[in-house]
Write a protein that binds this ligand. Sequence first.
Ligand code: EZ4
Ligand code: CO
Length: 402
Amino acid sequence: MKIKSARVVVTCPGRNFVTLKIETDTGLTGLGDATLNGRELAVASYLSDHVIPALIGRDAQAIEDIWQYLYRGAYWRRGPVTMTAIAAVDVALWDLKAKQAGLPLYQILGGACRTGVMVYGHANGANIAETIEEARRYQAMGYKAIRLQSGVPGLASTYGVSTDKLFYEPASAILPVENLWSTVKYLPTVPRLFEAAREALGWDVHLLHDVHHRLTPIEAGRLGKELEPYRPFWLEDPTPAENQASFRLIRQHTTTPLAVGEVFNSIWDAKQLIEEQLIDYIRATVVHAGGVTHLRRIATLADLYGVRTGCHGATDLSPVSMGAALHFDLSTPNFGIQEYMRHTAETDAVFPHAYRFEAGDLHPGDAPGHGVSIDEDLAAKFPYRPASLPVNRLEDGSMWNW
Ligand code: EZ4
Ligand code: CO
């Protein structure tokens, strides 16, 4: 089975997605997601200009060799653009291999080792009462795990709170929107939110929170400590993780489980965090961390140290990534939880898929491959629209992490 051609499809059914389609001489096609929020065309160019020409004529079955060729052969290794492009090829090749075998991808990856993939949804609101109201809706839908994000008194906006409730998309204007951030205003709101949530929702539901990189390590230690009485499932991205050793400081102060890594693109970003057991969940994904091939390697390392997976699953990861992630989750022994932000009906129509939600779990389905396809005629009706993620400034005007 040789690669005959490959092309990049850019579409915007409500938000931008970049998809790689690989065609083989047997007539089988494979799909990979190449979406990097706010930097879509950089990956599209990397694929079209540098990767696709090198793929034509190769054996589509040689997944590992092609991965090594694209990684080692890049010379300028790693980075989100390169690793997302490699991921798109890798996921498309796994899709092809499974289709050729006539099996759902999870069977090729070793078979199911659980009955379903526990997911968490995003409850958010302008204030604590509204967030809890939303959380009740998620409980009623059957969710076993819910992320809580509430507006902060005195801040016009904060990460994770949308007017659209079920659908959160932070990328908007051509140039980044500027938000204001205050740690002093934010810090006391989270323990209050969790206290109110436990009172209203009880203890039979997992509760999560995403700090989105906004604290210093010592502030994160304090927040983790204050949340301990409410038993959060995890505290996500408490501080940026460029300096992996800084998580030692957080660990010294709290037993609240930590989840890190949605922006990671390789095993090297997580090596120290995992080996020193500085985190509990690794959030790297099939799309931004080099595909199924590389994510399996990260998960295997994590398993040695009791770290579980908790893959990023925001709406900027296309249904193709969600499908591939679910096959990975179902067949990975140290799977922990999967993030699940629902896509809009428009997006679901462009990407018909076999996965389904049932009683708090997602199931990848049993269609051959990863089970996600693309309606290219429909995709063509939604042309690319430039959009950027916001930036953050502190109240004195200095730049901060968004
Ligand atoms: O802000 O994917 O946990 N989820 C997140 C996401 C990220 C977006 C950025 O593109 O942090 O909502
Ligand atoms: Co996050």
